[in-house]
Design a protein around this ligand. Structure first.
Ligand code: UD1
Ligand code: CA
Length: 454
């Protein structure tokens, strides 16, 4: 039986931000959301989030997640003081308490599972996650005997010069037998350099306490400033990209590509340089994205090609080509085997299979049938200044270059519209529509000045 507590009350002064540190975002999710997501993997019975500095915004940001218990730490008097606030909520709790830092977002779920397993298999009072790091500055140092049994944790500020040489550090991640911890929490004092109540002191009272070394020390990176936030982002990116390459995705110049960990890619997808895949995006097999594209919260079918384009909240079905320089947004849906070409913007528009919109068009709030052809410069006038209206174009219809389609408008099937027409009345099936002034030619006509100069 495990309860999880997340320390999220601190302000994070070194971020130099109005936002509480744990609400800063790392690749699409806030730090505290990431910590909650790794905690979810151990199936905790209860999840307690300790909030303090701007606690309301932390609560609000997590409002969509059910089952969280928020515990207020009104003053931030240290990590030990934070855990003391749990005493009323966890009164009589019989299980183990997993303590996570809200600012340590890169932990792998397996690491937490190993920590809990070691704790339970050995019947420990506490088990501490540790790592050997190249630069231990700022971390508490952990001292053990030969069997990973802890002898002492000393905070960086309280270390002697000799102790500072120890590169084994406290990750700030612990598993405690709650019945033991709850007895020692009231004994903590703030007699240290920072005059804070240290959770690490509680560890010194408990027995037996073991350590578990994490293999990849990058997992325990704590975010205290913007530079560490950037470092965490690049560690995360390396993980995500290595993983997709291992699963059969080609990344050309991976350093110039970013991929959120919510994205799903299928085998033989090729991602070209300067391409960014974000949010709930799926790219299906053999599609070719980039160079220079941004795809966000979108589904891209098999065998598509997207070049120098932006696709947001939209769907592209198999075998279609998008771009260069197309912009799909607001639930655009492109059917199979379509061509959406240069400088085309689609907003809240559905394009049927095998329809082309090859150049220089804006289609907003439109539904286009199959095998239609939208001529260059076709613009839907979808907004009358007050409301948006829809334009419907039937199967196999062809608009001409520079057509203005004034919505609401229904254009039937197999319609042809002449170039330069402004259409504001519905068109039936099988017709030709011409809506432009007839060309006038006046033979022998010249400007007066031209006649004089002759
Ligand atoms: C802590 C550990 C240190 C460890 C390091 C790992 C202590 C005394 N030290 O130090 O051994 O190496 O983490 O990153 O625990 N917080 C609260 N309430 C408070 C104080 C802090 O909720 O009153 C939260 C912070 O928001 C943060 C976390 O606890 O998420 C850690 O606090 P921080 O002050 O950053 O501790 P460190 O000095 O980094
Ligand atoms: Ca910290």
């Amino acid at each position: 039986m495990v309860a999880v507590a997340i320390l999220a009350a601190g302000r994070g002064t070194r971020m130099k931000s109005d936002l509480p540190k744990v609400l800063h975002r790392l690749g699409g999710r806030s730090l505290v959301e990431r910590v909650l997501d790794s905690a979810a993997q151990v199936n905790p019975l209860r999840r307690l989030v300790i909030v303090g500095y701007r606690g309301d915004s932390v609560r609000e940001s997590l409002a969509a997640r059910s089952g969280l218990e928020f515990v207020e730490q009104p003053e931030q008097l240290g990590t030990g003081h934070a855990i003391q606030q749990l005493l009323p909520s966890l009164k009589g709790f019989e299980g183990d308490l997993l303590v996570l830092n809200g600012d340590v977002p890169l932990l792998r779920p397996q690491t937490l599972q190993l920590l809990i397993k070691t704790h339970q298999d050995n019947g420990n009072a506490a088990t501490i996650l540790t790592a050997q790091v190249p630069n231990p500055k700022g971390y508490g140092r952990v001292f053990c005997d030969g069997n990973n049994v802890l002898t002492q944790i000393v905070e960086d500020r309280d270390c002697s010069q000799a102790q500072k040489q120890n590169r084994r550090v406290n990750a700030g991640i612990y598993c405690f037998r709650w019945s033991d911890l709850s007895e020692v929490l009231p004994k903590l004092t703030s007699r240290n350099e920072q005059q804070e109540y240290y959770l690490t002191d509680a560890v010194n009272y408990l027995n037996p306490v073991m350590t578990v070394d994490v293999e990849d020390y990058q997992e325990i990176l704590g975010i205290n400033d913007r530079k560490q936030l950037a470092t965490a982002y690049s560690i995360l990116q390396t993980r995500i990209k290595d993983d997709w390459m291992a699963q059969g995705v080609t990344l050309i110049d991976p350093d110039s590509i970013t991929i959120d960990d919510t994205v799903v890619l299928q085998p033989d997808v090729v991602i070209e340089p300067q391409t960014h895949l974000r949010g709930q995006t799926i790219v299906q097999a053999r599609s070719h994205i980039g160079p220079g594209s941004l795809i966000e919260n979108s589904q891209i079918g098999e065998d598509t090609a997207i070049l120098f384009s932006v696709v947001r909240d939209s769907v592209v079905k198999s075998g279609s080509t998008i771009g260069p320089y197309a912009h799909l947004k607001g639930h655009a849906e492109v059917g199979a085997h379509c061509r959406i070409g240069n400088f085309v913007e689609l907003k809240n528009t559905t394009i049927g299979d095998r329809t082309n919109v090859a150049h220089l068009s804006y289609l907003g709030d439109a539904t286009i049938g199959t095998k239609a052809n939208i001529g260059g410069g076709t613009i839907t006038a979808n907004y009358d200044g007050v409301k948006k209206h829809r334009t419907l174009i039937g199967d196999r219809s062809k608009t001409g270059v520079n057509n203005s389609l004034i919505a609401p408008l229904v254009i039937g099937e197999d319609v042809t519209i002449a170039a330069g027409s402004t259409i504001h009345e519905d068109l039936p099936n099988d017709c030709l529509a011409i809506a432009r002034a007839r060309q006038v030619v006046k033979l022998g006509w010249r400007l007066k000045s031209q006649t004089e100069n002759k």
